[in-house]
Design a protein around this ligand. Structure first.
Ligand code: ZN
Length: 350
């Protein structure tokens, strides 16, 4: 698990926490469940890690040899098993912006110390991967019967902004296609970048509410949920002149309190049918494939106007959608077309 802390747009700090779980019994696995952790193991492990360290100049700049050796001797690390390697996350101590370094050692090198089930763990992880690849294909097949429909609608939505770097790029592309989209903004970011929020509203896009600082609302009380949305609503009104009528809970996580708040405030809870996964996309092709293989008439597409890769992928996504006969509408327009009533939750048409 990686936690990234942003101040404004810059990555301030990354923290890592790891947990190895045996998927057969759900139990946590420690290093000495995997290896016979005797003195020769410790010596070999230290040697293996140092070999990796000596080859990696980037890591050498982030942590000095003394600190590294001390951390290894004290086993002061987080470890993760990923296929054929064991990854060590070690605290740099002196470097605040880079609190951890990652060093990976191949399991092959430690094979003679391994307990029996180590190879099993690695194999399981691989079969898990091939299982995951299948649903993608099914999604592609699903879309085919829709091809001959003449009027099709899609709502593009952008979350987590505004961003002074990415949002203007998204606006440019939308303008090229004369398309309107919906921006679910975070209140604290609107406070930082009110002029970017205004730019979005002035271009005729729908402004919507994505909470004040993106917490998991299911962990908050009704009062706190109310504060998250109302403070954001006030900031949006101040910056853009518009009061949003749509809310989107962070992570799509909502409970009865969120529903009750939406009902009382006459808001619609808006989720999505297609998740672009742009926040973890390795390249623009990935974002393009996710959107194009998932889209259908009445879809709501989830993207984020804080990642460069999203801005890079958008022109080709829109080009293809236009060719396939889609019209771009805001979420509120789509809700009218679909005759969806508040407060939802509304996903769009599957
Ligand atoms: Zn979000």
């Amino acid at each position: 698990m990686t936690a990234e802390q942003y101040i404004g747009d810059s990555l301030e700090r990354t923290n890592v926490f790891s947990l190895i779980v045996n998927i057969e019994d759900g139990k946590e696995v420690a290093l000495d469940d995997l290896f016979n952790t005797d003195a020769t193991f410790a010596k070999d492990l230290l040697g293996s890690i140092m070999k990796v360290y000596e080859k990696d100049e980037k890591v050498q700049k982030q942590i000095d040899e003394k600190t590294l050796v001390r951390a290894i001797e004290k086993q002061n690390w987080n470890i993760a098993l990923k296929e054929s390697h064991i990854h060590f996350y070690i605290a740099t101590e002196q470097n605040d912006s880079q609190p951890f370094v990652e060093l990976k050692v191949s399991l092959e090198q430690l094979k003679q110390h391994a307990k029996k089930d180590l190879t099993l763990t690695a194999k399981n992880e691989k079969s898990e991967k091939s299982k995951k690849a299948k649903p993608k294909k099914q999604q592609k097949e699903k879309k085919q019967p829709k091809k001959d429909t003449s009027k099709k609608y899609v709502a593009l939505t952008f979350d987590d902004g505004p961003s002074p770097h990415v949002t203007p790029l998204i606006l440019e592309t939308l303008q090229e296609y004369d398309a309107k989209a919906t921006f679910f903004m975070i209140g604290s970011r609107v406070e930082y970048y009110p002029s970017v929020a205004k730019q979005v509203a002035d271009a005729g896009h729908e402004i919507a509410n994505h909470s004040l600082w993106h917490p998991d609302l299911t962990k908050l009380s009704y009062k706190q949920i109310e504060a998250q949305f109302e403070e954001t609503s006030n900031k949006l009104e101040q910056a853009t002149g518009y009061k949003p009528s749509l809310i989107r809970p962070p992570y799509g996580a909502f409970d009865h309190d969120v529903e009750a708040f939406a009902e009382k405030g006459n808001y619609a809870i808006v989720l999505w049918t297609v998740d672009s996964l742009d926040w973890k996309a390795p390249n623009k092709q990935f974002v393009y494939d996710r959107v194009i293989s998932g889209v259908n008439d009445g879809a709501i597409i989830l993207m984020h106007d804080i990642h460069q890769v999203t801005a890079d992928a958008l022109p080709e996504i829109m080009e293809t959608l236009v060719k396939e006969g889609y019209h771009f509408v805001t979420v509120s327009e789509l809700l009218e077309i679909l005759d969806e009533k508040k407060p939802g939750p509304i996903y769009g048409k599957m």
